[in-house]
Design a protein around this ligand. Sequence first.
Ligand code: GLY
Length: 349
Amino acid sequence: METVKVNASKKYDVIIGCDTSALVGKKVKELSPNGKVCVVTDDNVAALHLDSIRDRLKESKIKHEVFVFRHGEQSKSPKVLFELLEFLANKHFNRTDVLIALGGGVTGDLTGLAAAMYMRGMYLVQMPTTLLAMVDSSVGGKTAVNLEAGKNLAGVFNQPDLVLCDTRMLGTLPREIFCDGMAEVIKYGVIADRRLFELVRDGGAIINLEKVIARCVSIKRDIVNEDEYDNGKRQLLNFGHTLAHSLEKLSNYEISHGSAVAMGMLMIAEIAWKNKYSTERCQDEIIDALLENGLPISCPYEPSELYYNAVGDKKCTAGLITIIIPERIGRCRRLELSLDEFRELLKSN
Ligand code: GLY
């Protein structure tokens, strides 16, 4: 078992290992000795993991309710968020109670936002069930729902009180959802750690999963500790994401987040090389890493379509957009461009 300690506006542990779910009752009691719990999860995850989590809460004599919503990005919406808040009110939850987000990125983001909003804040435990949520979305406190205009446009920073990554849960993931998470692992390699990148590119991540997750979380922890509110260094974590959010929206969320990040990283690496922003040609190695991990390497949309949707993203302010450019594998930097420069850059791909 590995524990990564986050020291942001809130201090909390990310505990990673096989069967860390067994700790849930004890840890909830430590947070809120007399509190009750609402487990928030989607219908897919409920079928796989809800009973065992409920059994663990029962063993610790913790009263709990369950809020189950339909799986999929379409549920990351103001509508489902307010259904959850109404549910909490109808069941008389209060601010000393605990929300448990049991699921992937949609569940974590939605529940994290509800935990910040309900009575202006209640305890939040993230129990990510996908690789993507373990290495990225459950840690660092970004919460949001999507608006019609784009992804993650309504949200707040709300750090969890605890993250329990139970690697046993990864065993039930469909292959394409597991691969989705590998896109984020590759991202960490490109922005901060060549050795991690090489391990993943060469197919070694799967046998070192606990260590790989802990390494990704440590990289994210270091960045979040330095720039929790995304004003500078944290933007490095958005490598590939500006185009990814645009791709997801264009496809009406048919393209998964991980696949979109894969395409976004590759396009930016190609653009960076063509325009002499990179000191090293990264795109061939990125292609190898994506293919090794079952991720796509071609994009079905034109640069003009990507541009139009990207400029509505949060990464775009006052006519400027910040993109993350790989200088070489293991090192990225921020590049601020005017929208015209960005459009020209996209066309160069
Ligand atoms: N997923 C990017 C971040 O947490 O900043």
